[in-house]
Design a protein around this ligand. Structure first.
Ligand code: BGC
Length: 252
């Protein structure tokens, strides 16, 4: 079975039909650049362009980099603030010609995909996926079930928001060495571990491709710390999986 997944990010809006049995894209993804400012209306047009590229008409799952409650956006830390309180499910549904749309947080989507097809496969207990990128996203699972919208990137760490200290954007902006940045990530993981005592941390985001450069530098964490396996496509796959589950729920 196939469902379409779209990942809305700060630099690109990417999507593809997803083969839900294998957790892989059925076709190479299509990407359009995120407009600036990334207003709801302009982003909705981009989502339509991505979906139309494949001639897709059917359920679509969409990720958003903020809190999403029942399809409505509640926060927009690193995106245009006009998104707050927008019913994204209704907006995108209308823009895509009335197909069912499911919207969820980007890190939650990536986590859903990793739990089924990646580093979290078969893992029980508490598993926490952290996506290190422009911000820090989090997805918390207990016995395989997601607790949505946990927003652990905004925890306070030494008087700062964690994502303002340990995201990959901060590493680039402050030109931190891998050692220096890994030390900050270690402090962050220690704090999250103190709160949740997970069995496993999955580190996602683009930097997970370079896991060998920083994960070996992280010490003193009791939980296992592993890189994400699905890399760039986790958000798209997780969005499609969530849209598929929503379709099944509607059908029963
Ligand atoms: C947002 C989260 C998002 C994360 C990664 C944070 O700033 O608050 O909702 O998951 O960035 O994009």
């Amino acid at each position: 079975m196939q469902i379409f997944g779209v990942d809305i990010g700060g630099s690109g809006i990417k999507g593809a039909p997803v083969d839900l049995d294998r957790g892989e894209l059925s076709d190479p993804r299509h990407k359009v650049l995120t407009p600036h400012p990334a207003t709801p209306d302009d982003v909705a047009d981009c989502v339509r362009e991505v979906v139309d590229h494949f001639g897709w008409s059917g359920p679509v799952g969409v990720t958003f980099p903020g809190v999403v409650n029942g399809g409505t956006i509640r926060t927009a830390a690193n995106v245009d603030k006009t998104w707050v309180d927008v019913d994204a499910r209704a907006l995108l549904g209308e823009r895509l010609g009335g197909v069912p749309v499911t919207v969820l947080n980007d890190a939650d989507a990536a986590g859903v995909a990793e739990m089924q097809f990646g580093a979290g496969r078969g893992r029980e207990g508490t598993v926490i996926m952290l996506t290190l990128g422009t911000g820090i996203g989090s997805a918390v699972f207990t016995e395989g079930r997601l607790v949505p919208n946990t927003e652990l990137g905004h925890l306070e760490l030494h008087g700062h928001e964690a994502e303002k200290r340990a995201s990959t954007k901060v590493r680039d902006d402050e030109q931190l060495t891998w050692e220096h940045w890994a030390h900050r990530v270690q402090k962050y993981l220690t704090h999250v571990e103190m709160l949740f005592s997970p069995e496993l941390f999955i580190i996602g985001g683009g930097v997970s491709r370079k896991a060998q450069k920083f994960l070996p530098l992280i010490e003193g964490i009791r939980a296992e710390v592993v890189p994400a396996e699905l890399l760039n496509n986790a958000g798209i796959v997780g969005a499609a999986m969530t849209a598929s589950r929503a379709s099944e729920a509607r059908a029963t």
